[in-house]
Design a protein around this ligand. Sequence first.
Ligand code: EPU
Length: 359
Amino acid sequence: MTNSPETVGPLLASLTTLRLGGPARAIVRCTETDALVATVLDLDSRGESVLIVGGGSNLVIGDDGFDGTAVVVASTGIEYAEEDGRPYVIAEAGNDWDALVADTVAAGFGGLECLSGIPGAAGTTPVQNVGAYGVEVADILREVRLLSRATGQTRWVGPDALDLAYRTSSLKGRDAEVVLAVSFWLNPDGVSAPIAYRELATALGVEPGGTAEAARVRERVLELRRGKGMVLDDADHDTWSAGSFFTNPIVPESQVDDILARITERVGPDVAVPRYPADAGVKLSAGWLIERAGFTRGFPGDDAAARLSTKHTLALTNRGSATTADLLALAGRVRDGVRDAFGVDLHPEPVLVNCQLPR
Ligand code: EPU
């Protein structure tokens, strides 16, 4: 479909969980992997800009939209197999992630249940190394099938080739390759992954590090996520978000003492600061810092079109009439407020397309 420059194309807002984003020249949905490959290579050969969209749950698209074609990955095959007696699943990239988790649990396998209820497409999970409740994609990923847009070739690569780290990988922010399918190791007999996250272990009544029945873990995770507005629900504006808007900041070792002193000065010596060991320093909790910097849940109030979720300070939400500019202005305010209060820089977690935070 080609439009003259005056014509407003289909709105990308319909493809994102934030329901934000201006027009694209065209939107093409590919329900088969072969069609996805052919479509992307054809658009590339014609010099058309391409925006690959999965579940739209980690995308912030500017109000001016995207001057090109959005290709929606909607391929949904799922297969189970075994290697050396170890089960695994192969899922085409367009499967809804949570539907895939549910399928594995219903088929009697464990391993993915801690990642229940995460919005988005299966193919995008390795891109930002999705994680929740003590499990991240890097722990369970077997292989990813990639299309190289430069050569037109497809290949399977293992997790070692992807530089998976906290909420990032070598695929994030790069358009050179398209994920066509993903494969995850599974546990037989419906045994969950080790339950490392304290809040979840408590909810399940197991010791941290123990396991439980995958189906039961999935139910508890869904309950916890619902309580935080982190399970999609059309009727609940708290879920019109891109999940966590900022990553949890990792403070380098050299700055930890200064920053903790600044936090303690503000919140008082009796308040425990949530902190977790990280590779080259200490990981702090962005949601906690935002709240203690004065941005409480629901900030800045009922009338605002873009506000913090009333259930979790780390989710920035569209109350129905927001623009991307509104959302980014709020993000800028929160980022600046946390920096002023504690000297900690927050970085956006979603992919920003044709837009940016105010400087
Ligand atoms: N907190 C507040 N106020 C709030 C919410 C949280 O002060 O409104 C504080 C609490 O002290 C809480 C702490 O923040 O104990 C951590 O909150 P939570 O357990 O919800 O985890 P998170 O660090 O905010 C991360 C992931 C989520 C994932 C959860 C559960 C990131 C950026 N976010 O959130 O992932 O679901 O852990 O494992 O790592 C996402 O990436 O989009 C996402 C939702």
